[in-house]
Design a protein around this ligand. Structure first.
Ligand code: AKG
Ligand code: FE2
Length: 185
């Protein structure tokens, strides 16, 4: 479910999870979180961050494979392309609900040492690595390179939590330029 700015919501088959935006600098804690994400990236301007977005998945809800970078130019008018993504696991109570990068090859000898944060099971195929939703962990990646080319290896999905499962995560997207947030009336 996607909540729109005008208070309506729509069911999106591609993304059945719900999401909510946290107003920029809303509280000192929100500002502190924004600052830490900006500092991690070499002190980028915090105004280049989109508003933090919380996403919630109930059993069987998911976000099917997608890129975080924009295809449509109109989405880049305010702030430009999404340079990076931080996805932080806030809550999860099950072994499923991973974040899967479908275009990255699972390399047993390379990835086996990371089985504490990656799923390494009989389903680990040659293509696709899956991050466990471990609360407190963040995954971070660049959606484009230094030449401004978007990265197709970032193709990823938010997999559905299993039986009695749920997952809550925090998206922090950083844009090329400052994002102007329209004041709410
Ligand atoms: O839920 C996840 O694991 C990933 C979420 C995601 O890719 C997104 O919200 O863009
Ligand atoms: Fe995503």
């Amino acid at each position: 479910m996607v909540f729109e700015e005008n208070g309506t919501h729509s069911i999106n088959e591609y993304r059945t999870s719900s999401s909510a935006e946290i107003k920029r600098h809303q509280t000192p804690i929100v500002k502190c979180i924004e600052q830490r994400f900006a500092q991690f990236q070499g002190d980028v301007d915090i105004e280049c961050l989109e508003q933090l977005q919380v996403v919630k998945y109930k059993v069987d809800q998911q976000y099917k494979p997608h890129y975080d970078w924009f295809v449509e130019p109109k989405l880049m008018i305010n702030g430009g392309q999404r340079v990076t993504t931080f996805f932080t696991y806030l809550q999860a109570n099950c072994s499923m609900g991973e974040t899967e990068f479908l275009a990255i090859p699972f390399n047993k000898s390379l990835h086996e040492q990371f089985c504490d944060i990656l799923v390494c099971d009989e389903k680990s195929t040659e293509l696709g690595i899956r991050f466990r939703p471990l609360p407190g962990n963040s995954i971070f990646w660049y959606n484009m390179n230094e030449y401004g080319e978007v990265d197709y290896l970032t193709f990823h999905a938010g997999r559905p939590p299993g039986k009695n499962g749920h997952k809550i995560g925090l998206n922090t997207w950083t844009r090329l330029n400052k994002v102007f947030i329209r004041p709410k009336k």
